[in-house]
Design a protein around this ligand. Structure first.
Ligand SMILES: [Fe+2]
Length: 240
């Protein structure tokens, strides 16, 4: 899939002077971060209300794909709720929020091609198993190719495992070459993975521990500017 504009939507981040996300900060945002509510507490719009421009048959088909795997359905519903709340706080316009919701709902649809025995494996994956798992973004893109979904949705599906330092997959994109909504989805996906029980980590991290991990990976795995914004959200929650 071709990579469109790396910043398909306007973005107003807490503490940022310019809403243009293509302009990278030379340091942390000036002044203390604004107190913003926890995205989990922000009533995100239901996905169905964001899908008015999608025909019902498409909605049923896509939801059917997700619901066919209860593990994916539960996880994706939660990620959409957190991600859309975060996107609203970032000031994403309505269309971008809809794209983000759809992208988060569908981002791991390619895991339908990965056996449960691998997805739920508690031990270390073999090289073959890891190679199979790493194909899920490209597989998801193929599965969705005929649905005429908006470009940013497809970018989330393909690029949510890219890393800021360029060592991610499947394309090895770096920095702002990674589409903006894919960078947002990457943080939300990682946060959700850290703070909920997983087969390989039954006891999830606490919010402060997850925040520390996001900061540790800021500038390597994640967009440092977006980690700063997401951290401000989590710190505000912790102060309450
Ligand atoms: Fe994924």
């Amino acid at each position: 899939m071709s990579v469109e504009s790396p910043t398909p939507h306007g973005l107003a981040l807490p503490g940022a002077r310019s809403p243009d996300p293509t302009r990278r900060p030379t340091g942390p945002p000036a002044g203390p971060p604004r107190r913003v509510p926890d995205p989990r507490l922000v009533p995100a719009r239901p996905v169905t209300s964001l899908s008015a421009r999608r025909p019902p048959w498409l909605l049923r088909t896509l939801r059917g794909l997700i619901d066919s795997r209860p593990l994916l359905a539960t996880e994706h519903s939660r990620i959409v709720r957190v991600g859309v709340g975060f996107g609203q706080l970032l000031g994403l316009p309505r269309r971008a929020l809809a794209d983000l919701a759809w992208g988060l709902l569908l981002h791991d649809v390619g895991k339908l091609a990965v056996p449960d025995a691998i997805l739920q494996k508690s031990g270390r994956l073999t090289d073959f198993e890891y190679t199979l798992v790493k194909k899920h973004p490209a597989v998801g893109e193929v599965l969705l190719a005929g649905f005429s979904l908006p470009g940013p949705v497809m970018e989330i599906v393909r690029s949510h495992h890219e890393r800021w330092d360029g060592t991610g997959y499947p394309d090895g994109l770096a920095g702002v070459r990674i589409p903006l909504l894919a960078r947002v989805a990457s943080i939300v996906d990682a946060y959700d993975a850290m703070t909920t029980p997983r087969p390989y980590r039954p006891v999830p991290l606490t919010v402060p521990e997850a925040l520390q991990e996001l900061r540790r990976c800021s500038g390597t795995q994640f967009d440092p500017y977006l980690v700063c914004a997401f951290s401000a959200v989590l710190r505000a929650r912790e102060r309450r």
